[in-house]
Write a protein that binds this ligand. Sequence first.
Ligand code: ZN
Length: 113
Amino acid sequence: MHELAIAQGVLEIALSTAASHGAGKVTGIKVLTGELTGVVPEALEFGFAALAEGTMAAGACLSISIIPLTGRCRDCGDEHRVDKYRFICSACGSYAIEILSGRELKVESVEVE
Ligand SMILES: [Zn+2]
């Protein structure tokens, strides 16, 4: 379960953020996930809710943003969205595509009170 491991990481960040702020409760967490990570938001929310049960983060609202997969052609420099994992330049047909975004996986912010 890919998402469960990620949910565990998110929970740990949230709890240590709350602890370092002397907060008693985590109310919300913003997570950024790149399209290429293949994270299913519903599965991540579900895993997080299950793991957060009984901790300071129980009931925290998880807000998940998906960052689209984009690439740049090494041959012609064209930048474009990569559709359906097809790493082909739409301008010149080259396969030399460098990934610009879509690999992100991070906690952007944690709200505590
Ligand atoms: Zn190109």
